[in-house]
Design a protein around this ligand. Structure first.
Ligand code: FES
Length: 197
């Protein structure tokens, strides 16, 4: 079945608009064959338009605007292998629409304090030319929750150590809990452990 021109608003039969067909389909007690045909044609056009839009590539400016990040950030993510685009014949960058979801995931992970290298490692398990789906997102959040918990515990430890540090400015390896929490360096052996790192 050939689709009528986009946005024309009229069906192939020409006698009913999509809007009229929609109303007739929903309100008629006797479903006429013509109305059904018109209605299905309109649906076909709508689906086709949605499919076309899904594959319309975006410029780097559009990706940046829709993602709420700077153009330079998009380039940076690409240079780091987190997203991927391609060049047109006119040497312009283009990106698939699903890159927006990948950028959103990266931003959320960054807000949670997860380093880019770690984000890239986890995202590398998902083909870069495919959209992230719900299962991918569930897997990522489950993994990242453990990392976030670890980070929270580390920050709580730091805060507790700050409470125990008297703030005298000594930053003593022996006495300052901020410099040497729980004397971890002492457990590694004698000598200037910090300087040996
Ligand atoms: S700076 Fe002196 S105890 Fe921390």
């Amino acid at each position: 079945m050939s689709a009528p021109d986009e946005g024309a608003g009229n069906n192939a039969a020409g006698s009913l608009s999509c809007e009229q067909a929609d109303i007739a389909y929903k309100t008629s007690t006797i479903v006429e064959v013509k109305v059904v045909l018109v209605y299905s044609t309109c649906l076909e056009v709508a689906i086709s338009t949605m499919q076309k839009r899904a594959f319309d590539p975006l410029t780097v400016g559009e990706v940046a605007k829709r993602s709420g990040v700077a153009v330079s950030t998009i380039h940076f993510y690409e240079a780091k292998g987190l997203i991927e685009g391609w060049r047109t014949e006119g040497n312009q960058r283009r990106y698939p629409r699903f890159v927006l979801r990948r950028v959103a995931v990266i931003r959320i992970a960054q807000r949670a304090g997860i380093p880019l290298a770690v984000i890239r490692d986890y995202l590398s398990a998902i083909p870069i030319d495919q959209a992230l789906n719900k299962d991918d997102w569930s897997r990522l959040t489950a993994t990242w929750q453990a990392l976030i918990d670890e980070r929270i515990n580390s920050l709580l430890q730091l805060r507790n150590d700050m409470d125990r540090c008297i703030g005298c400015g000594c930053l003593s390896l022996a006495d300052c809990p901020l410099r040497n929490p729980d004397d971890q360096l002492g457990a590694q052996g004698v000598g200037a452990r910090l300087l040996e790192k």
